[in-house]
Design a protein around this ligand. Sequence first.
Ligand code: AMP
Ligand code: ZN
Length: 142
Amino acid sequence: MRPWKILRMIPFSIQKVFFYGYWKGKMKMLGCLFCQMASHEKPVKTLYEDDRCLVFEDINPQAPVHLLVIPKKHISSLNDAGDGDRELLGHLLGVAARMAKEKGIDGSGYRTVVNTNAEAGQTVFHLHIHVLGGRLLAWPPG
Ligand code: AMP
Ligand code: ZN
């Protein structure tokens, strides 16, 4: 069956929801700093890269080692990660641990942080894992 014939079988009200969601996602990506870095549209000194994620140094480091692990897929925050993203989230954490080892802070200790929304201090709305270490980190965090 031709694709447009399948499309005609779907009520217009459902089509609208699908296309709105699709374009909303595209719009977000267009203006997103980390999407631009993930696609190398904006130059970035990459420490690690694979088909699903990218690692680079934080521009405003809060510790001697402060890396950011970001997915290439645009996910605004942890709140927006769906069930289908579980494997990706696990991958990001695995890469964070590998990078900590590479930086020599796996033994001394490090912190992985995902800030979500305003009260946690999220400023870039593209999911990222902070990897912080190389100094004693206070607890509870500020
Ligand atoms: P958050 O406040 O948890 O959203 O973290 C965003 C982080 O991105 C902050 O620690 C910023 O310093 C960092 N950041 C913002 N712009 C850049 C950039 N161009 N390159 C590297 N890190 C950045
Ligand atoms: Zn993005």
